[in-house]
Design a protein around this ligand. Structure first.
Ligand code: PHE
Length: 341
């Protein structure tokens, strides 16, 4: 079923690269979602990624209680044409007239948002020195820690992280903050990254495959998505999975495979919401730092409720989250459009 409001794919005027902007839903307000810059074997793969990632953003915004819908930008190309491609993306986003605003994602950061802002005002997370909310990775990590507390309470009967072991797959911006927070909490940590320079002192370093299949209480996917497949599930030795990577399941049906294998999977759309909570909280809702912290901490309660819903209805947490998001989005569709940024 095609349920996106609008999808534009264009060959960038400056870069010649394929640029996709997918607006999935504006039922709750302006669609938001980051700008991904990555190489794909084929432009159709970039389109597929944009479609899936933008739909997930609708659920993420709704479940985070934000007055926003979901969208995503994907720029497919080699890093050489980066500046031109991001300016092209800015023009395309500008043409949408504020129905969609972008932000950082895999392969982009605050400096790229500044560049995009020369073409459109509809961009979050410009550098702090320029009045934006800057890098949101530390806030994403704070949200993940809140989620891990809910996961440990559900799976092990206590939210205390100190007694637990974690396998962290991916030590990028968010992963590095997570490693620090988990070690500070006294947890046992195994880490891995494709980049060998990202070793973490105090943690055991293993290969990505060893990390994925590590005998740990909780696996934390913090790199690219699509890692949880029906073929991988029988190899997993963790009791639960929760992390900030977007679209961790290769297919929604894999949630059931995990459930049947006795592995608690926390929906990534809930776990990874810290970044948008911070960016929207600061730039759009003008919340105080304490107000933003309260909303980040709220991820623990939100996830706990979803686990309860799932148990009560004998469904997976993924399905429980989906139902909640759909109800929130449907309620929003009945309302007059909320003011846009
Ligand atoms: N990469 C962010 C996410 O997936 C996207 C984003 C961050 C969008 C901040 C807007 C503002 O949630």
């Amino acid at each position: 079923m095609f349920d996106h409001e609008r999808v534009i794919i264009e060959r960038g005027r400056r870069s010649g690269l394929p640029i996709v902007v997918a607006v999935h839903s504006t039922s709750l307000g302006q669609a938001i979602g980051g700008c991904r810059f990555a190489e794909y074997p084929d432009w159709r793969d970039a389109l597929t990624d944009a479609l899936r990632l933008s739909a997930a953003m609708s659920d993420k915004s709704a479940l985070a209680g934000l007055p926003n819908g979901g969208g995503k930008t994907v720029v497919a190309g080699p890093p050489e044409a980066r500046t031109e491609a991001l300016l092209d993306a800015g023009d395309l986003i500008a043409s949408l007239g504020g129905t969609y605003a972008t932000g950082p994602d895999v392969g982009t950061g605050p400096d790229d948002m500044r560049l995009i802002s020369t073409r459109t005002p509809h961009v979050f997370c410009r550098p702090r020195s320029e009045g934006g909310s800057g890098d949101s990775s530390v806030h994403t990590a704070i949200g993940v820690i809140a989620a891990l507390r809910a996961v440990c309470a559900e799976r092990f009967g206590t939210p205390d992280l100190s007694a637990r072991s974690f396998a962290l797959l991916g030590v990028g911006h968010v992963g590095a903050h997570l490693a620090e927070a988990l070690l500070d909490a006294g947890a046992t940590l195994t880490v891995s990254d494709v980049d060998p320079s990202r070793r973490v002192e105090g943690a055991k370093w293993v290969t990505p495959d060893e990390c994925l299949t590590a005998d740990a209480d909780v696996l934390i996917p913090a790199a690219l998505g699509g890692l949880l497949t029906p073929a991988v599930v029988p190899r997993l030795r963790c009791a639960a999975i929760a992390g900030p990577a977007n679209n961790q399941l290769d297919d929604p049906g894999t949630a059931l495979d995990l459930h049947r294998a006795g592995i608690l999977w926390a929906p990534d759309v809930v776990v990874s919401a810290g970044g948008i909570i911070h960016a929207v909280g600061q730039e759009l809702l003008h919340l105080s730092p304490a107000g933003i912290d309260a909303r980040l901490a709220g991820i623990e309660e939100r996830l706990t409720e979803i686990f309860h819903d799932a148990r009560a209805a004998a469904i997976t947490p993924a399905e429980a989250a989906r139902r909640r998001a759909l109800a929130l989005i449907a309620a929003g569709a009945d309302r007059p459009a909320s003011p846009r940024r």
